[in-house]
Design a protein around this ligand. Structure first.
Ligand SMILES: [Ca+2]
Length: 475
């Protein structure tokens, strides 16, 4: 059966009306004789959304990291659509997770969800509510901190596991998978389709997995990232945020390799336990009936450009995330369309046959998944607080740092790791003007009024804190 044959209400309406008329006609004699047959509703596919925490866009073997061992999640890329250019739009706080998750569950852009926190964001039209209204049973298991609480409360069941200590975190993937498997086992006779939002705090730091997963990776065998630098070339406005303090300054090759090894161990552990969920789906006959989505809430730098956090706009950095969608009726494909995580909101509505609520700004990527389109927007903008703004098209990318009056221009077609700043070359002045205008237009579209130039910019040069200095105050 084709997944989309049952999920496009406009096309289906005439057919459904005909079917209803036919059913009524056929059942009329039975009903007259007191028979108990009831008209059945069309079957819908289950939705399993696997949403990892701080998962890099290249964070699977199938997504380009040859060292990583992720055999289970790789099967999704082997049979579904891989979106290579998916992003979260931006963040007004260091915890990029928070607005990212709120945008996902509301379908709205970063500045239209106040600061992403529960009390200021309306959850009445959140994704679980919308899917529930068209007959889905909704289940969430995941972290409770830095989350859109009202959105989580909108699920029929929401299990929060706050895995703050290192020892508890070691078993996080396993416990989240256990809870999901238990849910699947206990609903074997359920008549409703499910929407599962599986969102464990992995591979977010602390980067600890069960020992068997750490054995897969030896630090000295891991190459340094292509864009490794001991220090970012200037103050990007968020140099000492919590995540950046996870590694010493200047960044060292040994420490960076160890952090990569630990991160990879967590990813492989997550993949292993997701494999157990897949087995359970197969055991209960749901595998062929379930659309599976794998994404991350935000990306992460791991030594690139001297950074270790998600508070930056580099491609191998904070906003770029993995996105793979597989399931019934979805053919294997790869798309470089510029998409946002919030596009999943209307996409899931289309899968489920739900109307998209007013105010949703994401765009359904179902046409791309179906092979009926190649893109949903021409350019993509990302933002971090008031200190970084970026815009990219298929080839060019501009990053602007207003607080220190710095600009970067990259030709991503030849420089995917963003190593050669063309903004320093006068022949690119025209391109910078065009990209700046493009950025201003996107900012206006998303109600972003932050200035791209300020009157008295700070000095760009940056000096790391002394090794034993007190951690800087949180802003
Ligand atoms: Ca995160």
């Amino acid at each position: 059966m084709n997944a989309f044959a049952v999920t496009t209400p406009k096309q289906l309406l005439p057919l459904m009306n005909k079917l209803l008329a036919l059913t009524t006609l056929l059942l009329a004699p039975l009903l007259l004789h007191g028979a108990e047959e009831k008209p059945t509703t069309p079957a819908k596919f289950n939705i399993l959304h696997l949403h990892a925490d701080d998962h890099r866009a290249d964070g699977l073997h199938a997504l380009g990291n040859a060292l990583l061992q992720t055999p289970n999640l790789d099967t999704l890329a082997d049979r579904g659509v891989t979106f290579t250019h998916c992003y979260t739009m931006g963040s007004m706080v260091g915890a990029v997770c928070l607005p990212s998750r709120t945008m996902l569950l509301t379908g709205k852009s970063w500045l239209r969800i106040p600061n992403g926190r529960d009390k200021q964001v309306d959850a009445s039209q959140s994704l679980p509510k919308v899917l529930s209204a068209v007959g889905y049973e909704t289940f969430h298991v995941g972290k409770g901190g830095n989350e859109f609480t009202a959105g989580l409360n909108a699920f029929d069941t929401s299990l929060r596991m706050d895995d703050h200590t290192v020892e508890i975190r070691r078993g996080s993937s396993e416990r989240h998978a256990d809870a999901t498997i238990k849910y699947l086992k206990e609903r074997t006779n359920a008549t409703k389709p499910f929407y599962i939002y599986f969102a464990p705090p992995v591979p977010h730091d602390p980067r600890v997995a069960a020992p068997e997963f750490h054995h897969f990776y030896t630090a000295d065998k891991i190459p340094l990232p292509v864009a490794f630098m001991p220090q970012h070339p200037w103050d990007n406005g968020e140099m000492t945020v919590r995540d950046e303090q996870l590694a010493p300054w200047p960044r060292t090759p040994d420490d960076t390799k160890q952090q990569l090894a630990d991160y990879y161990a967590c990813v492989t552990g997550l993949d292993h336990h997701i494999g157990r969920i897949f087995e359970q789906l197969k055991a209960t006959g749901q595998w062929d009936n379930t659309i599976i989505i794998f994404t991350g809430d935000n990306g992460l730098s791991l030594g690139e450009h001297g950074l270790f956090g998600k508070q930056n706009l580099y491609e191998f950095g904070g906003m770029h995330v993995p996105c793979v969608i597989a399931g019934p009726g979805i053919a294997k494909n790869k798309s470089d369309a510029l998409i946002y995580l919030m596009d999943l909101f209307p996409t899931l509505c289309d899968f489920a046959g739900a109307n998209i609520p007013a105010g949703v700004e994401g765009k359904s990527i179902v046409p791309i998944i179906k092979g009926n389109g190649t893109k949903v927007r021409d350019v993509l903008y990302t933002a971090y607080r008031d200190c970084q703004r970026a815009v990219r098209d298929e080839r060019w990318k501009l990053i602007r740092y207003p607080l220190v009056d710095k600009t970067q221009l990259f030709d991503l077609s030849v420089d995917p790791h963003e190593l050669v700043n063309l903004a320093e070359k006068p022949e690119h002045a025209e391109k910078i003007s065009a990209m700046t205008a493009m950025l201003e237009k996107e900012m206006a579209n998303y109600a972003d009024t932050a200035p791209l130039k300020i009157a008295n910019p700070n000095a760009a040069e940056w000096f790391p804190p002394a090794p034993n200095a007190k951690p800087p105050k949180k802003r």
